[in-house]
Design a protein around this ligand. Structure first.
Ligand code: RP5
Length: 162
């Protein structure tokens, strides 16, 4: 299976990345994690993106806050799918990162998840890999069924208790 490449702009983004890695681990998906900043280490961020396809990555996840240009800068240097996670790390509560990540110009797409949406970024990466991996697709179907069962259990309890 192809790897998921995960890049965060700063170690202060680690709590969000933990949600990504927990979710990928639960699905048995291999990954590699780096701290590269679009602003503080632009050469390393670019090199990673340029070499990602031949490095056996299938999809990249980039998490950054504030003026969050990391996902866009990575997407500019690869045609692998790039998922952006806007992180809440400033007085603007993540709206700054959301707009910086999502408003990409035509030709350089970034699939942007919710502010701090680490789990969904991992699940979207899994769904991309599952296009050509039937075993992974079956795991995703099983997770959906489990998640639905949890909600239906809560539904039964709420009717009993209210
Ligand atoms: C971004 O700026 C990082 O992704 C982080 O979310 C934010 C703050 O970084 P630090 O000042 O905490 O390193 O580049």
């Amino acid at each position: 299976m192809k790897k998921v490449g995960i890049i965060m702009g700063s170690d202060s983004d680690l709590p969000i990345i933990q949600k990504v890695t927990d979710t990928l681990k639960s699905l048995g998906i291999p990954y590699e994690v780096h701290i590269y900043s679009a602003h503080r280490t632009p050469e390393q961020a670019r090199d990673f993106a340029v070499n990602a396809r031949e490095g056996d990555f299938g999809v990249l996840i980039c998490a950054a806050g504030m003026a969050a240009h990391l996902a866009g800068a990575v997407a500019a240097n690869t045609t692998l799918p790039v998922i952006g996670i806007p992180c809440k790390s400033s007085v603007l509560d993540g709206m700054d990162a959301l707009l910086s990540t999502v408003m990409m110009p035509t030709g350089i797409p970034v699939a942007t998840v919710a502010i701090n949406g680490g789990a969904n970024a991992a699940l979207l990466a899994a769904q991309i890999l599952a296009v050509s991996d039937a075993d992974l697709a079956a795991k995703l179907d099983a997770k959906r069924a489990t998640d639905a069962a949890i909600v239906l259990d809560k539904d039964a309890k709420v009717m009993e208790n209210l």
